[in-house]
Design a protein around this ligand. Sequence first.
Ligand code: C6P
Length: 404
Amino acid sequence: MLDIQKIRADFPILSEKVNGKPLIYFDNGATSQKPQVVIDAEAKYYQEINANIHRGVHTLSQLATDAYEISRVKLQHHINAKFSHEVLFTSGTTHGINLVANGFASILKPGDEVLVSSLEHHSNIVPWQMLCEKTGAVLKVIPINEEGELIISEYESLLSEKTKIVTVNHISNALGVINPVKEMIAKAHAVGAAVLIDGAQAVPHLKPDVQDLDCDFYAFSGHKMCGPTGTGILYGKEAWLNKLPPYQGGGEMIKEVTFEKTTYADLPHKFEAGTPNIAGGIVLGTAVDYLNEVGFGNIQLQEKKLLEHATKRLLEIEGLRIYGNGKNKASVVSFNIDGIHPYDIGSIIDKLGIAVRTGHHCAQPIMNFFCIPGTIRASFSFYNTKEEIDEMVEAVKKAKTMLS
Ligand code: C6P
């Protein structure tokens, strides 16, 4: 059992006031808050070991390099990758997905198929559309049902030997639905397709085991899992990373450069051109340590309670509809109230210190499916409480009365 008050004391921002009211932060899907250890680790890096990595013989450069590489190994163990060179530092999920999509330009031929789902964030749609435009490949889409779940029988019938890559999120950002990715990966492999999992919304809630999932790529962002913005990881199976061409050219990703020919560095450096976010990469390791100390079992228990409480309390409000009601859900409630624009509710409750996201959540196809302009999304973290949810419910009721 978590001592929530003790946990909350780790996050300085949670005792701030917003618009004169104690902050209630329910926009964890957009970015999580940061514990003091993470904030301190960032300052400590700049105060004590700031230097460029993989370049200098001097002591500071070696200290920074060691800290960066230790963090890579930490991340490797966290996601259970076989090798640390399968773990690439990126600036976030978007960067990781673009890296893979760009690499597939050298693999796809006209008529090949790329399979995405209707539940994707724009970051996992647009790079694939761009790839298809470039290569003549065809984008196919796995549909969803009224509960916001992927229709697996439709997925099966879309798969064929033409499918070269399937790219799907582990957890939907807009609805919180958890997709049966392990089963989907096995089905894709049966037709010879590679699979990329967008884990942006999964990593705050669970510890992905990339070997057990058997995914070919797994992309996520550090800032949604208590780490700094501008950090992320792309996991790729060694064989795939060796097969794909580099994404960006520059310093650090080469073996030898002449004007006639450049040869590329071994993994992971082949995909890490230029000076990276060194402090961020190191501190992402600190964030992962923090989450593991809290424990993903504890996180899941707390978040399950919050999800159940929020669902029950919100449904007390007449005219309120929740989108995404599948059995497997993360702690996200996406809802609307009949006849009221989500933005209006979001703006009123913000005045009461409550931060939720309103709009299409960078997932317009989902909104189009439900024929709505957007939703109000409350996304909970383990540091949230039932009392905060009760305050949000009262605030939403107040907003409804004002707007009706
Ligand atoms: N979703 C949200 O409020 P970046 O911006 O690269 O860190 O993550 C992009 C991304 C990719 N996939 C999924 C499933 C995501 O949820 C996100 C980010 C945030 O839902 C900000 S738009």
